[in-house]
Design a protein around this ligand. Structure first.
Ligand code: M6R
Length: 589
């Protein structure tokens, strides 16, 4: 979603800001802009489209500036709605949503002020400008304006007449970093990570004032505060795509190492430290969105089977409105790659309010979720650049299966070693070479079904989401036995069906669904460890994956589905790394 950068220092600001914005491109956006302060005057450059459209401004003068990538919420993606937004002497970039913007705007209009955009953010510029006019103190002006805002915001603000950048944070991430070259602000560590710099993560209600060589932090009352410094290393993910044409393909190849690193982290302390809580746990609630929600469903299948603990999985966006019943001794697991998903954060907060211990399963170690959770089980997938979650999904499964195995062990329900999974993932990747050849049937499809039973169904759901988001083909993940209760009406020869069958006990049942779709002309593609099933006349093509315990099989069966989505995206001419309309990190509700 939207991204913020700010810089003030010895270097020219424009190239620093553009470099930072490029690092934020992966989050998804539809317009971008920068503002530069030079000799007390502000220059704004904004464009619809990519950050590269701003490249012409690289040589512009000014040692302070702010920049933004915008993912449209209020108002269309166009130049006048792009950030920075300016009013009077004030210019700002904003992430988040101002919920009372309409009412505040009416007040501004009543004072005779005019608006040049449809954004909620411009309203904030109006408020700060009004306050700044009173005493010329930008920090105090931002604070006074912030008190009138409801909603979420990360702000970086410049004003004519000052040599400083003021930042504010409320429910939208923001860090400031200090290095030899100057001070930086960003909504995402990725944009400021470099060896030798130290970052400070702002907390909700915090303000920061960046002046030459210095970043001062203040709490909501403007009392100076110290926040724990986070030393930054050079961002390894920005190494680029390596030998791969796309990040998505590279990240699928990185699945084995993401799983290995996550399992190792879970062994060394991650879970052992939580023995007391785990021994007391009677119920498990999982809150998550999208792909992370699917990893939660896979965990339900595994944990209920091996640890015999009841698991409820909630879409985080529904959790608050479901008035969830949270019995004593419920462990709430909030799963998120970014750790910044607004709905997941809100659900985790509510679970805490209801007295539940919250375990964050999170990939970004300094994220809001990592700080909100009572404990963290880190997934160690490394930075994931492609919008489509792939290696982070497998890493989430690794962490969650390790949790299920630990719960089973503590309950005397046996031991479930997971150490073979990195090698099995590697073997699965090698078995997937023919998946690219399936693609012509998918690229020409009207609709695609992914079928499975039990844990296989959850892998099917994730396979379907992947295909939809990167190739724009409509489709559904479906319970194999449910198809004939209505949805079978959609199936014909232009409806490829992917069946996932990894549980021998359920294989015949899912094969019944295969017979049914085949009889309606659908081409059938099979993902299974059972070679004999692939010989059935109904099967158009198949991938034979390694055997493992069926409840853990999504870890392997999802890999050919991720690759299928990737290759189909290429075949339909879509960019698999940047699906239209989507953002990597969904920081608004
Ligand atoms: O960062 P999170 O894991 O909390 O993100 C949740 C979803 O937005 C995310 O999993 C999304 O569904 C995937 N990027 C889709 O591939």
């Amino acid at each position: 979603m939207c991204g913020i950068v700010g810089y003030l220092g010895r270097e020219r600001a424009a190239p620093v800001l553009l470099g930072g914005l490029q690092k934020l491109e992966y989050r998804g956006y539809d317009s971008a802009g920068i503002a530069l302060m030079h000799d007390g005057a502000l220059t704004l450059i904004r464009r619809r489209g990519r950050v590269s459209e701003l490249q012409f401004a690289e040589g512009f003068l000014g040692n302070a500036g702010i920049g933004h990538t915008r993912w449209a919420t209020h108002g269309a993606p166009c130049e006048r709605n792009a950030h920075p937004q300016r009013f009077g002497k004030v210019c700002l970039v904003h992430n988040g949503i101002i919920e009372n913007a309409a009412r505040l705007k009416e007040q501004c209009l009543a004072r005779g002020e005019t608006f040049s955009s449809e954004t909620d953010s411009e309203v904030v510029a109006h408020l700060i400008d009004g306050e700044y006019a009173k005493d010329g103190d930008l920090l105090k002006a931002v604070r006074r304006a912030a008190r009138r805002l409801t909603g979420s915001y990360a702000l970086a603000v410049l004003a004519e007449g000052t040599e400083e950048i003021v930042c504010a944070r409320m429910r939208s991430p923001l860090v400031v970093a200090v290095g030899q070259e100057g001070v930086f602000a960003a909504s995402d560590m990725t944009a400021v990570a470099a060896a030798g710099r130290t970052a400070y993560v702002l907390e909700d209600g915090d303000f920061a004032r960046m002046t030459c060589g210095k970043a001062e932090l203040f709490d909501a009352s403007l009392v100076p505060v110290a926040r724990a410094p986070v030393p930054l290393a050079a961002e390894r993910s920005s190494d680029g795509k390596g030998a791969y044409p796309h990040f998505m393909r590279k990240e699928i190849a990185e699945v084995p190492q993401a799983v290995r690193a996550t399992l190792k982290g879970a062994r060394i302390g991650g879970l052992l430290a939580q023995n007391k809580v785990l021994c007391q746990t009677k119920y498990l609630h999982i809150v998550a969105c999208g792909t992370a929600y699917h990893s939660g469903l896979c965990m339900k299948a595994a944990c209920e089977r091996i640890a015999r603990i009841p698991v409820q999985v909630f879409l985080a966006s529904e959790y608050r409105y479901a008035e969830p019943i949270v019995p004593a001794d419920t462990l709430t697991v909030a799963v998120s790659q970014s750790g910044e998903t607004a709905d997941t954060l809100a659900a985790a907060e509510l679970a805490k309010e209801k007295g539940s211990f919250v375990l964050g399963v999170v990939n970004a170690p300094h994220s809001s979720l990592a700080r909100l959770a009572d404990a963290v089980l880190q997934t160690r997938a490394g930075t994931e650049i492609a919008v489509a979650a792939t290696k982070s999904f497998n890493a989430q499964l690794a962490a969650l299966y390790a949790l299920a195995a630990r719960l089973a062990k503590l309950r005397g329900k046996g031991t479930y070693p997971l150490g073979a999974f990195p090698a099995l993932c590697k073997e699965t990747l090698s078995a997937c070479e023919n998946v690219a050849a399936w693609v012509p049937r998918f690229a020409a499809a009207r609709c695609v079904f992914f079928l499975g039973r039990g844990a296989d169904r959850y892998a099917a759901l994730e396979g379907s989401l992947k295909l939809k988001e990167v190739s724009y083909l409509p489709g559904e993940g479906y319970a194999a036995g449910e198809l004939k209760h209505g949805t079978l009406a959609l199936v014909d020869e232009r409806t490829p069906v992917v069946a996932v069958i990894c549980d021998e006990a359920l294989a015949d049942k899912t094969m019944n669904a295969v017979h049914e779709v085949y009889a309606r002309g659908a081409p059938v593609f099979l993902v299974t460890p059972f070679r004999e099933l692939c010989r059935a006349r109904e099967v158009t093509a198949s991938v034979v994956i390694p055997h493992c315990m069926p409840v853990f099989a999504p870890m392997l069966s999802v890999i050919p589905l991720q690759l299928l989505a990737y290759h189909t995206a290429l075949a339909v001419g879509a960019d698999p790394d940047k699906p239209r309309n989507l953002a990597k990190s969904v920081t608004v509700e």
